[in-house]
Design a protein around this ligand. Structure first.
Ligand SMILES: *Cc1c(COP(=O)(O)O)cnc(C)c1O
Length: 459
């Protein structure tokens, strides 16, 4: 190949921009985007020629520019199909929102709202008034507040109430939640002084009592969320911790993380701490996430004593950690499902937890039948779903999986991830596993098309 003559075949930028196909692209893209695209595809072509390749055909340029522009303007945050069976999958955006929450987003966020407007008085209101009443009604707490996430909730509580003061925590509760979020780091960053109490596996009431001094401002209990300890283990009950804290005039902060508002044991799972119970047991402040077992948008929910929550609301960091109208709209609608006693029916996380083995099996068998029509042989096998999201470690929900054999399962799984919407599944030996429990009904059709397409390539 004569490199010099290939270079000479490349059009000048102006020439390229005047080509008929490129002029047509001008309906979708602006002048400067087109120029960027022309530069980019010309640079690509030069690189190919430098490697001994040929210049592209005259007709190929508009398509190349179109592809470059589509890539450059692509939205990176996209929906995916979660066929992993992990219900609260942190990497996949945790809780899918309920229809009620989506409708609230649409209603409130498409226009103006009374976010900080008091409709009765016709003047300034507070965003903290939204969701507050529902949180109080659901948890039995005196007061409630919403911030950006549970990490922010913990940070705000400590910054507002424990700066330069001692906070006692059991050594068994100095946990890393995931994504590098470590309770001791947040504590230090807030300005509170961490006082470790007890040992990794055993902490007694007397350990707390021995560590309480005039410098102590709080005892903090942290839910171990993503692991559990067995064997020679002990930790005081929350009720006993509250008694000790209050007898010394310090507050009890309970960081629950997942924060269930419903009892998980009714689904054959272990008991996840319930927010209402912490309040009943006397915790002064309870912090939990909006997008774990609550099943709503990312948020940090703080419930507890009114005098304390008032201090949090008035702290300068409250503004930095506050939530926007999108979050409040989705959260209020999610909480409304609980208030109306309709959480299991309306909130996807609870629908998925509550889905009976028979329901899951029927869906898996339906998928199997549909795929058989496309010439794909798959089986339905017993397996396990998990709740995820730093809740119920080691606990599983029996499920039925669609198992599709593949010659090269890694390659098929990769191909599935490149689709739109991408499909995320599990691999076990030489099978791809798809768990119906976490696949939203509206995603069934694209899922089956994706599986059929990718397995046809595998043959
Ligand atoms: C998950 C978790 C957090 C952090 O919650 P985010 O909402 O992800 O910020 C804090 N504490 C505990 C105990 C948790 O499980």
């Amino acid at each position: 190949m004569n490199t010099q003559s290939e270079y000479r075949k490349l059009p000048a930028i102006d020439q390229l921009l005047q080509a008929t196909g490129v002029v047509a692209l001008g309906r979708l893209y602006g002048r400067s985007q087109l120029t960027d695209a022309a530069r980019a595809v010309l640079a690509e072509a030069r690189a190919v020629i430098a490697d001994g390749g040929a210049a592209p055909d005259h007709e190929a340029w508009p398509a190349r520019m179109d592809a470059w522009l589509a890539g450059a303007s692509a939205i990176s945050l996209r929906p995916v199909i979660n066929a992993t069976g992990v219900i609260i999958h942190t990497n996949l955006g945790r809780a899918p929102l309920s229809e009620g929450a989506l409708a609230a987003l649409q209603r409130v966020d498409a226009g103006y709202s009374n976010l900080e407007y008091d409709l009765a008085a016709g003047g300034r209101g507070s965003r903290h008034d939204h969701a507050r009443r529902a949180l109080i009604a659901l948890t039995g707490a005196e007061d409630a507040m919403v911030v950006n996430n549970c990490a922010a909730a913990v940070y705000l509580v400590l910054a507002a109430l424990a700066i330069a003061r001692d906070v006692l925590i059991s050594r068994g509760q100095l946990v890393e939640i995931g994504g590098g979020f470590r309770i001791p780091d947040v504590l230090r960053a807030s300005g509170a002084r961490l006082v470790e109490v007890g040992t990794t596996n055993r902490t007694h009431l007397k350990d707390y009592q021995a560590a309480l001094t005039a410098e102590t401002t709080a005892i903090m209990r942290v839910h171990s969320s993503n692991f559990y300890q067995v064997g020679f283990v002990t930790t005081p009950t929350l009720e006993d911790l509250v008694k000790v804290a209050h007898s010394y005039g310090v507050i009890l902060i309970d960081d629950l993380g997942s924060g269930a508002l419903l009892d998980t044991t009714q689904y054959g799972l272990a008991g996840e701490p319930v927010v209402q119970q912490s309040i009943k047991d006397g915790a002064d402040l309870v912090t939990f996430s909006g997008d774990k077992l609550v099943g709503g948008p990312q948020a940090g929910l703080i419930v507890g004593k009114q005098s304390l929550v008032t201090k949090l609301r008035n702290h300068p960091m409250a503004r930095a950690l506050r939530v926007d109208k999108l979050t409040l709209a989705a959260l209020e609608a999610t909480l409304s499902s609980y208030v109306r006693g309709r959480a299991e029916e309306e909130i996807p996380v609870w629908q998925m937890i509550a889905a009976s083995p028979a329901t899951v099996q029927a869906r898996a068998v339906h998928w199997q039948t549909q795929l058989a029509r496309a010439g794909i042989q798959a089986t339905v096998i017993a397996g396990e779903s998990t709740v995820g999201g730093g809740s119920l470690p080691g606990e599983v929900l029996p499920t039925m999986l669609l198992a599709a054999p593949a010659r090269n399962p890694d390659a098929v799984a990769k191909a599935l991830r490149q689709l739109d919407p991408p499909v995320i599944c599990r691999i076990q030996h030489d099978h791809l596993l798809f768990d119906p429990r976490t696949v939203l009904p509206a995603q069934e059709e694209p899922l089956l098309t994706a599986i059929a397409g990718s397995l046809t390539i595998d043959r």
